[in-house]
Design a protein around this ligand. Structure first.
Ligand code: PDD
Length: 285
């Protein structure tokens, strides 16, 4: 059966899911996206993703074409129509298609809303057991990375460089410090057992998984510090890991070809992964 996508009010076969070449998402990357995980047919931490969606569109003065409640219904309907068990729902909202290519916002143009799903067994992904290698690249992005914009060219190049080097993620570096991964938040566990992740701000995307992991760790009286760290600090750490909706919590076992600790996923990473999966299942909708 062909996959079903959602485009501006209709559920259609993927091959028929189309938007105009004048769509501002296509012409200007004038749009916002979200990716929510699906486990056992349910959306994970979706309230957090939809809250971030609302914030992102607000920051670029884009009005959502549907209410947040309706967007969640559409996500759920799409999961159902695709019989999706484990994977992700991608959603994107753009400023729509005008009659030409004017940079300034068009008037009376309805935003475009699209969604599609993909299949992935996030919980049993092989890299959860082995961990992943990362490379480092300069952070070439604009200075409003807190907005989940579809302008992802810097991340495309970063992740392509990682793929070409046989690595699973690229850590982006600015002023000698790690900002974040191409599509993930970065963490280390210091030798004195402090979980360190960069503080939120315009330099990084406020990761939903990051937020949940920090809260879950603090609830368990684990020490968490939100501050920037360097690659040298990560290489001297007990453990390193990344978080995202499409990976949950995943160990980083080498950086630029140098092992982190013994080059295997560490116990804290494994524990946080288990805790996150438990949280995910308990709060799925
Ligand atoms: N990326 N940082 C960046 C730059 C990201 O693109 C992402 C997510 C994250 C993690 O955020 P969250 O925990 O809310 O997924 C951090 C998604 C998964 C993507 O682009 O596919």
């Amino acid at each position: 059966m062909e996959q079903i996508a959602y485009v501006n009010g209709s559920f259609v076969p993927l091959s028929e899911a189309k938007v105009s070449i004048l769509d501002r998402g296509f012409l200007f990357a004038d749009g916002i996206y979200e990716v929510a995980a699906v486990l056992d047919g349910k959306l994970i931490d979706n309230a957090s993703h939809l809250a971030r969606l609302e914030r992102s569109v607000g920051e670029i003065q884009l009005a959502l074409p549907e209410t947040i409640a309706r967007i969640q219904e559409i996500q759920q309907e799409l999961v159902k129509r695709n019989n999706l068990v484990n994977g992700m729902v991608y959603l994107e909202v753009t400023r729509g298609a005008d009659t030409g290519r004017d940079f300034a916002f068009p008037k009376d143009v309805k935003p475009t809303l699209i969604m599609f799903t993909s299949t992935k067994d996030i919980v049993n992904a092989p890299s959860a057991k082995t961990g992943i290698n990362v490379i480092t690249v300069p952070d070439l992005r604009w200075t409003r990375r807190d907005i989940k914009s579809v302008a992802l060219l810097a991340q495309v190049l970063a992740k392509q460089a990682a793929a070409a080097a046989g690595a699973g993620e690229a850590w982006m570096i600015e002023d000698g410090k790690v900002t974040e991964g191409g599509s993930s938040s970065c963490f280390i566990l210091t030798q004195d057992d402090v979980i360190v992740t960069r503080q939120n701000g315009s330099e990084i995307l406020p990761g939903c998984t990051r937020k949940a992991v920090v809260a879950l760790a603090e609830e368990r009286q684990l020490r968490v510090e939100e501050r920037a760290f360097s690659v040298e600090e990560a290489l001297a750490a007990k453990e390193a890991f990344i978080t995202s909706a499409s990976l949950f919590v995943q160990a980083v076992v080498s950086i630029d070809g140098k092992k982190v600790a013994d080059g295997k996923p560490g116990p804290m990473t494994n524990r946080l992964r288990e805790i996150y999966v438990e949280f995910a299942k308990a709060t799925a909708v």
